[in-house]
Design a protein around this ligand. Structure first.
Ligand SMILES: C[S@@+](CC[C@H](N)C(=O)[O-])C[C@H]1O[C@@H](n2cnc3c(N)ncnc32)[C@H](O)[C@@H]1O
Length: 220
């Protein structure tokens, strides 16, 4: 399998969602999601964990390799990054991984059924540090409510960020969602989580000596 083997088989103007060899492509600027009837499937009924904003997939590839009894879905909106994960998945013959190229909120709202997933992870969601761009942040109440809907009871969502302003905003958005309870006591984050795994950005920030904030909530 080569990277160039992944080809979206229509022109942008004819775009529609499609599953190609364990890769779900969800077009942007598209609204006929409800016409899509295909489903994400795995070879077994094992539990499904989701990572949003997977980047180049370092974290989820490692998790999938170490936990063959868990199925994983990587959600990344940029084609070149999603394709990189897809390529590694096939190279390492990881049958317990599925790649989704989509904006996270759109995918969750339109493509995931209630109680579909167990644990959810988001490693370094883009912080949009300039005030005028902060409206682009993913971690809002509306998104968290959708994620909560697709999780099973008692399952957790973990978010890590180096950005203190975004950390505080994420926590305040979580506290607006009654269906989540905090795992860590006030101020609702820790900075010393162990054995979490490694991602490109985690290694980068740790090498610069930056504090990493771990936020974890569970579905009530
Ligand atoms: C800062 S990088 C972190 C990548 C990886 N998690 C890591 O720790 O190395 C953020 C990633 O999230 C993706 N992303 C940002 N907003 C997204 C969204 N709304 N839906 C899906 N992916 C998104 C970006 O394309 C980028 O690859």
């Amino acid at each position: 399998m080569k990277k160039s083997d992944l080809v979206i088989p229509f022109k942008y103007e004819d775009r529609r969602p499609i599953i190609l060899n364990r890769y779900l492509y969800v077009p942007d600027n598209y609204d006929a999601h409800d016409q899509f009837t295909d489903k994400i499937t795995f070879e077994n009924d094992n539990e499904i964990n989701i990572e949003y904003c997977s980047g180049n997939g370092e974290w989820i590839i490692e998790k999938a390799k170490k936990n063959l009894n868990i199925n994983f879905i990587a959600v990344e909106m940029k084609f070149l990054r999603a394709r990189q994960i897809w390529f590694k998945m096939h190279k390492d013959n990881l049958k317990n991984l599925f790649v989704v190229q989509s904006e996270a909120f759109v995918f969750t709202k339109h493509y995931l059924e209630d109680y579909f997933a167990m644990d959810v992870f988001i490693n370094f969601p883009d912080p949009w540090p300039k005030k005028k761009h902060a409206k682009n942040r993913l971690l809002k109440k509306e998104f968290l409510q959708e994620v909560n809907r697709v999780q099973k009871k008692d399952e957790t969502i973990t978010i890590i960020t180096d950005n203190e302003d975004y950390r505080d905003e994420i926590i305040s958005e979580f506290l607006k969602v009654e269906e989540y309870k905090a795992i860590f006591k006030k101020p609702y984050f820790v900075q010393d989580a162990k054995d979490f795994g490694s991602s490109f950005f985690l290694s980068l920030f740790q090498s610069k000596g930056k504090a990493i904030n771990y936020i974890k909530f569970a579905k009530i």
